[in-house]
Design a protein around this ligand. Sequence first.
Ligand code: APR
Length: 311
Amino acid sequence: MGRAKITVVGAGNVGGTVAQRLAEKNCYDLVLVDIVEGVPQGKALDLMQAGPIYGYDSRVVGSNGYAETAGSAVVVITSGVPRKPGMSRDELLATNARIVQGVVREIAARSPEAILLMVTNPLDAMAHVAHRVSGFPKARVLGMAGVLDSARLRAFVAAELGVSVQSVQAMVLGGHGDTMVPLLRYTTVEGRPIEDWLPKERLEALVQRTREGGAEIVGLLKTGSAYYAPSAAVVEMVEAILKDQKKVLPCAARCDGEYGIRGLFVGVPVKVGRCGAEAIIEYALSPAERTALAASAAAVKELCDIVDRLP
Ligand code: APR
């Protein structure tokens, strides 16, 4: 049996870094697709040439078309326009919806068994588009957001307490945006609730910084958005799928009644394995958390309604 084929659409900052991280695993063959001529081919060659130094034999192919993507097990979709300073993720809506629609059509026609991992923002609405356009079962469409948002919170908490990031667990639900819902009752340091480690106002400041975590980086970079942590989050999800790890990760998955949400992609805890989103796990939520999640879902629904009406 050959190595699993992974296609990464969009050979920009996130896509290029995802390809690098996956190539370095020495377990997969990669196809990098972009609309810009030469860029996916150039990055693929560069990654192949790093193989002898890093010790990997991963095949990396770059293309402006989709022939090479046929039979992919997982397709990571990062193609789109990133945020500029001061721009919200939602302003990207119409442009990225059109891009994602075109890409998903091409992919679904050639890799009918693939699992689609959406990264393009606004994330939850793009997952909605991918699900609709592909016609794939909902388990095979997932969005990367919660792993990243949770990692940001974990990084801030670990730095504040001076403990290892590996000792900090966090679960951030809801849409990928200002309405994200960090579940502080499930944020722990080796099982000890975060409220027992930090005073309320410090905790609130870290949560706020997490909410604005993407914007903080956009503001600093000025010409693009974050990609090291986003690509790391994608790789964790890809490996959970292809190694059938059954990891419980916060992901954008389509809810059909879970958490009282119907027909929408929202960040929820998902058991991720070879079949994709194998189960949505329903945590007990406080009334406040439930209200916050409903508000987040309502914000996602607004975007999906706009996208569904686009010509
Ligand atoms: N088909 C293929 N690739 C495309 C298409 C298309 N129709 N349209 C745009 N692209 C490519 C661009 O040429 C670019 O190389 O998508 C790539 C996007 O890369 P960047 O601009 O570097 O953006 P990046 O930082 O990687 O972010 C990608 O992920 O985190 C989200 O908000 C972010 O939506 C954005 C996405």
